[in-house]
Design a binder for this molecule. Structure first.
Ligand SMILES: Cc1ncc(COP(=O)(O)O)c(C=O)c1O
Length: 437
C-alpha cells in the first residue's frame, strides 16, 4: 500500500511529486543522490507551530534549531517567517546573523562554547544559555574586556525521562547538559550569576530530548522549570523574563507512528506556565521554543538511484542505491526508520521484500531493512522520506563520497541551494608534507 504524507502528490506518469515538481525530472536535472526540500511545507510547519503557542500565550519566541539543517536558504525562509534561531556553534550563529535574524532573537546553547564564540554572541546581544560555572566565569571575564553586558539564561537539567533513543535523550540527570535541578545545583548557579556585575540573568533553559511523541514529558519539564522560576524569585529576588523549553517534538517516521500535535504540547505546557505565573504572581514571561525536526524533517526527501539488485534465496533482495550512511546516517546510527518508495513506480504494488543498501563498505550502511517495494531494477529512483532534519547536517565524506546536492522546490520551481561536492572539495584541504614529495 502506498503511504505518502498529504503534502506529496503523484502524477499521471506514476511519479512522485514534491512541491509541484516531478521527482524523476528533478533527479535527471540535478543528479543523484539529491536532497529535495519543499519550501511551502517548511513555511506551513513553522506557521502551525508558532500559532499553536502564540494563540495560547501572549509572548512567544520560536527559535528554529539550526542544527537540524543549517543551510542558508532554509535559514532565510525561516527568517522571512519571523523565526528566531537556536544555535549551537559560532558558525550556526554566523548563519543566523548572516540571513538577517537579529541577535536578540537568537539563543546560543551547548556545553562547550569557545571564547571566540562567546565573544561573537555577546557582541551581538545573543542570549547565552550557560551550561557550567566555568562558562559563567568565562562570560564575566569577556564582558569586562569587551565593556558590554551579557544576557544569559541557565541550562538546567530537570531529570525528565523521555521515550526516545538514548543518544538523543538529554534531560536525564546522567546527561552531560546543564545544572542539576534536584540537588539545588541550578539554584546555586543562579545565586552565583546574580552576583556578577556584567551578567544580566534573564532566562532559564532546558531541552529534554528529541523525537518525543508524547506531551507528558514536556508538561513535566514545564512544571520543574516553573518551580525553579518561582524559587529564584522568592529567595533571590531574580525575576526571570524567559522560559525556554527547548525543542524535541517528534514526527511520525513510520506509517503507524502516532502524531504529536504542537497544539497538544502547547496546551499542556501553557496550562502549567499560566497556573504558576498566577499562583506565584510572576512577571510577564516570554515562552521560548526551539523546534528543529518538527519544522524541517518532513519537508525533505532524499532521491537515490538504484544501481544494482541482488537476490538471495529465502532472504530479502538487496537493492543498492547511490546514497548510504554517508548521506543519511540516522538508520545506521540510531536504527532510525525512514519510509522508502520508488519515485518512478509510485503507483505500482509493493510486492518485493528488500533491504536498501548504500554504496559504502560497511554492513551498517543501509537505509532500510525488510521493506516492501515494487520489483526494483537498475535505474529506478528511490525516495527516502522525512530526511530534512539531521540528514545533510550529519552527513560525511566516508569512503571519499562527495556530499549530495540539495535543491529547493516551490510550486514546481526548483533551484539548487547546496551544490554537490566535487573531487576537489574532497581533497583541497589535504597536504602532502615536503619530506614525502
Ligand atoms: C538545545 C537544543 N534545542 C533544540 C534542539 C532541537 O531538537 P528537535 O530537532 O528535536 O526539535 C536540540 C536538538 O538536539 C537541542 O539540543
Amino acid at each position: 500500500m502506498l503511504m505518502l504524507k498529504q503534502h506529496f502528490g503523484t502524477n499521471t506518469r506514476g511519479h512522485l511529486v514534491i512541491g509541484g515538481a516531478d521527482a524523476v525530472e528533478l533527479a535527471e536535472r540535478f543528479g543523484t543522490p539529491l536532497y529535495v526540500v519543499d519550501e511551502q511545507r517548511v513555511r506551513e510547519n513553522y506557521r502551525r507551530f508558532y500559532r499553536a503557542f502564540a494563540e495560547r500565550w501572549p509572548s512567544v519566541l520560536v527559535c528554529y534549531a539550526l542544527k537540524a539543517n543549517f543551510n542558508l536558504a532554509i535559514c532565510k525562509i525561516l527568517q522571512g517567517e519571523g523565526a528566531g534561531a537556536d544555535v549551537s556553534s559560532g558558525n550556526e550563529l554566523r548563519n543566523a546573523l548572516g540571513v538577517g535574524i537579529p541577535g536578540n532573537r537568537v539563543v546560543f546553547n551547548g556545553n562547550y562554547k569557545t571564547l571566540s564564540e562567546l565573544e561573537l554572541a555577546i557582541i551581538n546581544d545573543v542570549m547565552i544559555n550557560v551550561d557550567s560555572l566555568q562558562e559563567l566565569d568565562a562570560i564575566e571575564g569577556l564582558t569586562s574586556r569587551l565593556g558590554k553586558r551579557a544576557r544569559i539564561g541557565l541550562r538546567v537539567n530537570p531529570n525528565v525521562k523521555t521515550p526516545t533513543h538514548p543518544y538523543i535523550a538529554t534531560g536525564l540527570r546522567e546527561s552531560k547538559f546543564g545544572f542539576d535541578v534536584a540537588s539545588g545545583q541550578a539554584f546555586e548557579a543562579y545565586k552565583s550569576a546574580s552576583r556578577m556585575r556584567n551578567v544580566e540573568v534573564v532566562g532559564i533553559h532546558s531541552h529534554i530530548g528529541s523525537q518525543i511523541l508524547d506531551a507528558g514529558p514536556f508538561e513535566e519539564e514545564a512544571e520543574k522549570l516553573m518551580a525553579l522560576v518561582a524559587e529564584v524569585k522568592e529567595r533571590l529576588n531574580i525575576h526571570l523574563q524567559s522560559v525556554d523549553l527547548g525543542g524535541g517534538i517528534g514526527i511520525p517516521y513510520k506509517p503507524d507512528d502516532p502524531e504529536l500535535q504542537p497544539e497538544e504540547v502547547a496546551e499542556h505546557i501553557i496550562s502549567v506556565v499560566k497556573r504558576v505565573v498566577e499562583e506565584k504572581n510572576l512577571a510577564r514571561l516570554t515562552l521560548v521554543l526551539e523546534p528543529g525536526r518538527y519544522i524541517i524533517a518532513d519537508a525533505s526527501v532524499l532521491l537515490a538511484r538504484v544501481g544494482y539488485t541482488k537476490e538471495r534465496p529465502g532472504m530479502p533482495t538487496w537493492v543498492a542505491v547511490d546514497a548510504g550512511m554517508n548521506a543519511l546516517i540516522r538508520p545506521a546510527l540510531y536504527g532510525a526508520y525512514h519510509h522508502i518508495e520508488l519515485a518512478n513506480k509510485i503507483r505500482e504494488k509493493n510486492e518485493q521484500l528488500v533491504n536498501i543498501a548504500g554504496p559504502l563498505c560497511e554492513s551498517g550502511d543501509f537505509l532500510g531493512k525488510e521493506r516492501r517495494l515494487p520489483a526494483a531494477e537498475p535505474g529506478d529512483l528511490a525516495a527516502i522520506f522525512d530526511v530534512g532534519a539531521y540528514g545533510l547536517a550529519m552527513s560525511s565524506q566516508h569512503t571519499a563520497q562527495p556530499r549530495p546536492a540539495m535543491v529547493l522546490v516551490n510550486r514546481g520551481k526548483a533551484e539548487i541551494i547546496r551544490k554537490r561536492e566535487s573531487y576537489e572539495d574532497l581533497t583541497h584541504l589535504d597536504q602532502i608534507p615536503g619530506w614525502l614529495k
